[in-house]
Every structure is written in structure tokens, then in C-alpha cells.
Design a protein around this ligand. Structure first.
Ligand code: NAI
Ligand code: MG
Length: 358
């Protein structure tokens, strides 16, 4: 048990609401866990900062983040600013600046919750999607030529490097090793895209030789969507590119119950700097300001953060509190079929942490 300095970046919209709820629950957790100290510093970065200064975060923002042990992030996005400006100006700037190359996204049906898939219950869907988080389709390579003219060209170039692919494969195989089933599924589109995607297939096979205890299989991304819906039990750990895993993990979240539940960690496995933990969802323009956002995705992300910080016991305690709240079913937010507000869900979590019978 130790003391950890954590940067909280609520960002925009419902990001602000779920991080406020998250900090309240984490303070209660730290108070209940002897020896655990979580020191939060809230950084007011995001769209309001952009309107005031022309930047989503200060120019030395990434350098300032290096002083922290972890980052707890909400979401960024504002209807008045183009999405690519907000996403690149904050979230992607941090992930790439700190080389958080492994994006880990668990999806599981929690006790008491229902999948939209008929006949699929807890235990039938338990996945971790590993998303390459530093290059690929979101490398940022490309440009616009002859802007506004009839000849205009727009290019987004996917960049796959042997170093980048090898390190995400090593991470995914290592993660599969920590799971009882020891199964890793590779997702590509190497029938239609015959350069970078074929290199992904080759490097998967090469790295796999160092992990003979891990069972493997391969899917094309289009067929993978069908398998996720038709045979969820046949999957365990999944590794895919930045774009493919972005899309598949939203599907995974919906199949597990709601996008509002989905958690993620942007991990630097080498621990050269802080990793960043955030719900998968965005700033929720349609429900922002109403106090009804589901905070469980943010709090499940906090579970991943505590685990990364070596606080396994506190992580388990928080996950158990989340599962007690979903199992009891009395304080569920609207996206999970209940009527509880963001604050009421947080209150129920705090009660569950204290062992109250809810
Ligand atoms: P979104 O995830 O914000 O919302 C999609 C739908 O899911 C909406 O109907 C929303 O109400 C619902 N939803 C999402 N989270 C929820 C929660 N916690 N509780 C209840 N309902 C929830 O995605 P959208 O609308 O595509 O994007 C909105 C903005 O967020 C855009 O600016 C986008 O660029 C940004 N974005 C930012 C991300 C990040 O910062 N990591 C990730 C995804 C989107
Ligand atoms: Mg996404």
C-alpha cells in the first residue's frame, strides 16, 4: 500500500460528471483502505481551456503529466469545436506523447445486468480487447492537397512498424497468459489490405513462438463482428489495430450491457511515464449537464488504474463494490434500465465499499 499522485483530467461534457463521481468514490475507498493514499490534482484542460487560450492543454502539458503516477481522464469533445481538434489536442496528444501504446479494454457482463444478446448471461461474455494505441490508422500521417478545389485529395495513411506491432503482440500474449483460458485471437483485414495487415499476421506468428502455452486463432475484422454476436463464449483476449479495436470495443461494450460501463487503460507497459485510465465513452453531448451519465465505466477504469499502481487489494474491493451495486439493481443509471442519477450511483458505490447492506 502506498501513496500515489494522480492527475485528474475531467475534460468535457459527461467526462466532468463521471470524474467528479469517480473522485468521490475513490476518496471513500482510500479512507477505507489502511495505508492507501490517493493524492489527486485536477487539471482544467479541455474545450473551455481551448476557448480561453486556443489550446486544449498547455504547451508543456505532456511534460507536466510525467510528474504523476497515473492519469484519470474523463472525455473530450464539444459540439462547438471540430472533433478532430479536441481529440488530437488532448487525448491523442497525451497517449502518443507518453507512448501509452497498449490500450486495454475489458468487456464482461456484470452480475445482475443483461446483454442485448438473447440467452447470453454473466460468464458467457468475458473479453479483453487489446488495441494498438500508438500508430496504425491513427498515426496522424496524411494530408489534404488542392483544398476546396475540384481536384482535392484527402489522405489518411496507416503506419505499421515492426517495432510497434511486435511490442503490442508481446503485450497481448503476456496478458493472455494471465487469464485462465490462455486464448488470443488476432484480428486483421489481411485479405483486402495486403501490406501492413499481412505484416501483422506474420509478426503474430513469430511472437507466438515465444508463447507456446497460449492458444491462438485469427479472424478478419468483418467476420469478427459476426463471431462476437453469435459465439461470444468462444473469445478471450483479442488483439487488433487502433481503428479495428476502436470499433470492436464499442461493439463489445454494447454487447456487455452499455457503452456507459466500458473501461479502458492507455498503458505504457515499460512504465517510462504515467499510464492513463478513462471510460471508453465520449463527452455525451445528448445527455451532458443532466446528471444522469453512468459513472461505472469511469470507476471500472479506476479499478484498472489501482491494479496498475500495484494496489490489487483496493482494486478488488472497488470492483466488488461495482458488482454489488449492479447485482442489487436498486441504483442503476438510465442506460442500464434504472432511474438513478450519477450521484446516486456514486452514493450506492460508497455504501457498498463500506460494506453497508444495500
Ligand atoms: P459518446 O460516447 O459521447 O456517446 C454515444 C452515446 O452513448 C450517446 O447517446 C450517449 O448519451 C451514450 N453514452 C455515452 N456514455 C454514456 C454514459 N456514461 N452514460 C450513459 N450514456 C452514455 O460518443 P459520441 O456521441 O460519438 O461523441 C461525443 C463526443 O465525444 C465527440 O466530440 C467525440 O469526438 C468525443 N469522444 C471522445 C472520446 C474520448 O475523449 N476518449 C471517446 C469517444 C468520443
Ligand atoms: Mg471509440
Amino acid at each position: 500500500m502506498g501513496s500515489h499522485r494522480i492527475a485528474a483530467i475531467p475534460g468535457d461534457g459527461i467526462g466532468i460528471e463521471v470524474i467528479a463521481a469517480g473522485l468521490r468514490v475513490l476518496d471513500a475507498l482510500a479512507a477505507a483502505e489502511p495505508g492507501l493514499r490517493l493524492q489527486f490534482e485536477t487539471l482544467p484542460w479541455g474545450s473551455a481551456h481551448w476557448r480561453a487560450t486556443g489550446r486544449l492543454m498547455p504547451e508543456d502539458g505532456v511534460e507536466r503529466l510525467r510528474a504523476f503516477d497515473a492519469i484519470f481522464f474523463g472525455a473530450v469533445g464539444d459540439p462547438r469545436i471540430p472533433d478532430h481538434v479536441t481529440l488530437w489536442g488532448l487525448r491523442l496528444a497525451i497517449c502518443q506523447g507518453l507512448d501509452q501504446y497498449a490500450n486495454v479494454r475489458p468487456a464482461r457482463i456484470l452480475p445482475g445486468l443483461r446483454s442485448p444478446l438473447a440467452g447470453v448471461g454473466p460468464g458467457d461474455l468475458d473479453w479483453i480487447v487489446v488495441r494498438e494505441n500508438s500508430e496504425g490508422e491513427y498515426a496522424g500521417a496524411g494530408g489534404r492537397v488542392h483544398r476546396g478545389l475540384g481536384e482535392e485529395v484527402g489522405l489518411d495513411v496507416s503506419v505499421f512498424t515492426r517495432a510497434g506491432v511486435t511490442r503490442i503482440m508481446r503485450f497481448a500474449f503476456g496478458l493472455a497468459r494471465t487469464r485462465p483460458r490462455r486464448l488470443l485471437t488476432l484480428v486483421t483485414k489481411s485479405n483486402a489490405q495486403r501490406h501492413g495487415m499481412v505484416m501483422w499476421d506474420e509478426i503474430f506468428a513469430e511472437v507466438g513462438r515465444d508463447f507456446p502455452d497460449i492458444a491462438t486463432d485469427r479472424m478478419l475484422v468483418d467476420a469478427m463482428t459476426v463471431r462476437m454476436v453469435r459465439a461470444p463464449k468462444s473469445l478471450d483476449v483479442i488483439v487488433a489495430t487502433n481503428l479495428h479495436a476502436d470499433i470492436l470495443s464499442d461493439l463489445a461494450a454494447a454487447l456487455a450491457g452499455s457503452i456507459g460501463l466500458a473501461a479502458s487503460g492507455n498503458i505504457d507497459p515499460e512504465r517510462r511515464g504515467p499510464s492513463m485510465f478513462e471510460p471508453v465513452h465520449g463527452s455525451g453531448f445528448d445527455i451532458a449537464g443532466q446528471g444522469i451519465a453512468n459513472p461505472l465505466g469511469a470507476l471500472w477504469s479506476a479499478v484498472l488504474m489501482l491494479d496498475h499502481l500495484g494496489e490489487g487489494r483496493a482494486a478488488r474491493r472497488l470492483m466488488e463494490a461495482i458488482e454489488r451495486v449492479t447485482a442489487a439493481g436498486r441504483a442503476l443509471p438510465r442506460d442500464l434500465g434504472g432511474t438513478a442519477t450519477t450521484d446516486q450511483v456514486a452514493d450506492a458505490l460508497i455504501a457498498a465499499l463500506k460494506g453497508a447492506n444495500d
